[in-house]
Design a protein around this ligand. Structure first.
Ligand SMILES: [Zn+2]
Length: 456
């Protein structure tokens, strides 16, 4: 434990709230600087640009980044020369496809050659990604880029009607209430962010009532968090007949992809369906749900390619190039995240020109190996109607055999198990076990992984 963590944990709650406010203010001042609001205004303006103006904006921004990368980074200088790629004459995104895909592992191995040598360290912040399958990535990001990332996220929120003054009930992965604490309150207040941050680690059948009480008492209308945490809380509320005494206007989710059964449980318990948003620490792609429920690519923020999977062309991998990070250009960076595209192009009544995605599915590595050696994605789909499953994890340690770990809610019956078996047997060529457990271990950052494979 670090000294600062020790001091925090040993302090009385009012002091912990004070420290939260202090740390919150420090991050807040950087994230929401004057520059942020300038960028935010600009980004609001760009929201509904017509298609042709959007395209010329994309070309202009990409060209700027390519030139910067060519002139100031060793890797891109060598790469462009080898491929005879001319950044100054960049006129069409088709030419980008001649360049290779950039993998996270390349950056993890040695990030130095990728950096913009002329970028001043003072102008950058350090970003750490979590990475559920292994080591994360550490990279520099300009403050401008951080501002723009947050501005795009806030554009999505303000489009839904949330504003900068809206207080939020936040369920993140941070340990904000010491684990050894056994009595309420299970939340801390981060005033600068207008957040009541709840501890997901203390949430359980005996404590959920306290969480609901605080949200009611503070009349919080906006709930944000990991889908697995919100779905867990929702299922506890349904079981214990708990409800909010005011309308929850917004439920937004982050960090993990939202599974269909989670969406339904949350809608039933909170009275409002969660809105989705896809973004990642690397500023290479952003997708936001609009007020009409369509998932639009934020085309002004990054250049996003959808590359069909070889074994399943209906699904595409997200590959993105950043427009905003002068400290390090991500060019054709592979995210390992998968989306489904609509079978034919869709138009949305909102009028945004951004491409529409049917579904954000999740990670490529959410797959298992079947008896015949083939790989198949495990998707949230199969649990779509199973609202009595509180949590689920699929584990595989030998080829062709899988264990489904299930945390049941009180309403779970034999019928649910039959349905689960039916769905599994209908879809997969595997032998399997179902094991009922009290709880499922989360990752270090508190995320629930759908698939854990021990196969290399
Ligand atoms: Zn729309």
């Amino acid at each position: 434990m670090r000294l600062s963590e020790f001091i925090y944990e040993s302090s009385p709650i009012f002091l912990q709230n004070f420290f939260c406010g202090l740390e919150g203010r420090r991050i807040f001042q950087r994230r929401f600087s004057q520059n942020f609001f300038t960028i935010f205004e600009d980004i609001k303006e760009r929201d509904k640009l017509p298609k042709d103006e959007l395209e010329s904006l994309q070309l202009k921004r990409m060209r700027g980044q390519l030139i910067l990368a060519y002139e100031n980074s060793d890797y891109y200088k060598t790469l462009f020369d080898r491929y005879m790629f001319d950044p100054y004459g960049f006129e069409s995104f088709d030419s980008l496809r001649d360049l290779p895909i950039l993998m996270k592992e390349q950056l993890q191995e040695d990030i130095e050659p990728f950096l913009n040598k002329k970028s001043a360290p003072m102008e950058s912040v350090t970003v750490r990604t979590s990475g559920t399958t292994g080591a994360g990535l550490i990279f520099p990001e300009t403050k401008e880029c951080e501002n723009e990332k947050w501005a795009v996220w806030w554009r999505y929120r303000t489009n839904l009607g949330i504003n900068f003054d809206t207080w939020c009930a936040n369920f993140g992965g941070k340990v904000i209430v010491p684990i050894k604490q056994t009595k309420p309150p299970y939340h801390r207040i981060i005033k600068p962010f207008r957040q009541v941050t709840f501890s997901m680690y203390h949430l359980g059948p005996d404590t959920v009532i306290e969480y609901v009480r605080v949200i009611n008492e503070k009349k919080l209308e906006w709930i944000h968090g990991f889908p697995s945490t919100l779905a867990y809380m929702a299922s506890l509320m349904l079981e214990q007949n708990l409800s909010f005494d005011h309308r929850i206007a917004w439920v937004t989710i982050g960090a993990e992809s939202l599974l269909p059964h989670q969406k339904e449980i949350i809608r039933r318990a909170f009275g409002t369906a969660p809105k989705q948003h896809y973004g990642l620490s690397e500023p290479v792609a952003n997708i936001s749900e609009c007020e009409y429920g369509s998932l639009h690519v934020d085309e002004d923020f990054a250049y996003v390619e959808f590359l069909p999977l070889e074994d399943d062309p209906n699904r595409c991998r997200i590959v993105g190039s950043s427009f905003a990070n002068d400290a390090l250009l991500f060019l054709r960076y592979c995210t390992n995240d998968i989306v489904t595209l609509p079978s034919k192009p869709k138009k949305c009544p909102c009028g945004r020109a951004g491409r529409i995605v049917e579904e954000i599915e999740g990670r490529r590595y959410d797959s298992i190996v079947q008896k015949d050696g083939s790989k198949i994605m495990i998707l949230g789909h199969i649990f779509r109607d199973m609202v009595n499953i509180r949590e689920v994890q699929v584990r595989q340690d030998k080829s062709g055999f899988v264990t489904f770990y299930i945390v049941r809610s009180k309403n779970y019956t034999q019928k649910d198990e039959e349905l689960l078996r039916y769905e599994i047997e209908m879809r997969f060529k595997i032998d399997y076990d179902i094991e009922y457990v009290e709880k499922i271990e989360k990752t270090e950052r508190g995320k629930l992984r759908l698939v854990v494979s021990e196969l290399s």
